[in-house]
Ligand binder design. Structure first.
Ligand SMILES: NCc1[nH]cc(CCC(=O)O)c1CC(=O)O
Length: 308
């Protein structure tokens, strides 16, 4: 057993909450082991004023952590699973996925409450193309605004009255203690979550047997399998977290229900589909659903959005 583990994390409040959560779970599982956090600044943290979709590139929030891991400065990295690219650099693996909490997106609108209650032309803030496209598909009259910065900054813009509503992940709000601000949890029928939303990913070196063994204690098998299906889907569709694609896998015993949506950025065109099968074939199911949807118009939609 290792005497000490160094956990790499970004310095944002959410990232620190997540890394501390993992560190305390590791300390509880392995009482004799010292667990230390190390903060690492990523490109995504440095560039704060540009819409994420414009910066482009995958792994904005993970690259520097991965470099530190390969250099041996840290033993594992904690990420929001949804921020993790589907392709990892050689030498690194997705060692474990924690139990997913609420995967949904949340509307926060102190004045209007629900999405149906927002007035015509209401001003809504969100950072993701996926949310923007789905909100516009459901309510084409809404005015969407790009909203960057950490969760507190985004909530402040709402409080300042610049916006009528913001949309954020339930999971992140919960972790930071803002759950009571949520006025409407958007069902999957309105807003399909991002790949991996609500789960934490533990990344480690593929040749570090000891660390991989240690991390299996934190792995939640159903969530891991759902993640495999969702990530296989996204790998075929070739999107990072910044394409208008939502995919959500629900595991019940040995059964997997995988649901996904591909939209044009303005939400006017949409392909939506669902597959059910054995959880043991999670990756194959994800790939099949992706190929079906690309053939059913998804490819044209993505090409038109100049994303393929
Ligand atoms: N892209 C930022 C990000 N990465 C993970 C979360 C929240 C936790 C999660 O979705 O698992 C958030 C904030 C948000 O989307 O509201």
């Amino acid at each position: 057993m290792r005497k000490k583990l160094v956990v790499g994390t970004r310095g944002s409040k959410l990232a620190l909450w997540q890394a501390n959560h993992i560190a305390s779970r590791l300390r509880a599982e392995y009482p004799g082991m010292e667990v230390e956090l190390k903060h690492i600044v990523t490109t995504g943290d440095k560039i704060r004023d540009v819409p994420l979709a414009k910066i482009g590139g995958k792994g904005l929030f993970t690259k520097e952590l991965e470099r530190a891991m390969l250099a041996g400065d840290i033993d594992l990295a904690v990420h929001s699973l949804k921020d993790m690219p589907t392709e990892l650099p050689p030498g690194l693996v997705l060692a474990a996925v924690t139990e997913r909490e609420n995967p949904l997106d949340a509307l926060i609108s102190p004045r209007y409450g629900t999405i149906d209650n927002l007035p015509h032309g209401a001003q809504v803030g969100t950072s993701s193309l996926r949310r923007r496209a789905q909100l516009l598909h459901y309510r084409p009259d809404l005015r969407l605004h790009d909203l960057r910065g950490n969760i507190d900054t985004r909530l402040n813009k709402l409080a300042a009255g610049e916006l009528d509503a913001v949309v954020l992940a339930v999971a992140g709000l919960r972790r930071l203690g803002w759950e009571d601000k949520i006025t409407h949890q958007l069902p999957v029928s309105i807003c399909v979550p991002a790949v991996g939303q609500g789960a934490l990913a533990l990344e480690a070196r593929s040749d570090d047997r000891q660390v991989l063994d240690i991390l299996t204690a934190l792995n939640h098998r159903p969530t891991y399998r759902a993640a495999v299906a969702e990530r296989a889907y996204l790998a075929v569709v070739e999107g990072g977290c910044q394409v208008p694609v939502g995919v959500y896998g629900l595991i019940q015993n040995e059964n997997l229900i995988l649901e996904a949506v591909i939209l044009s950025p303005d939400g006017s065109r949409v392909v939506r589909d669902l597959l059910e099968g054995s959880a043991q074939q999670a990756a194959a199911l994800g790939e099949r659903l992706a190929r079906n949807m690309l053939a059913a118009g998804g490819r044209d939609i993505l090409r038109e959005g100049k994303i393929l």
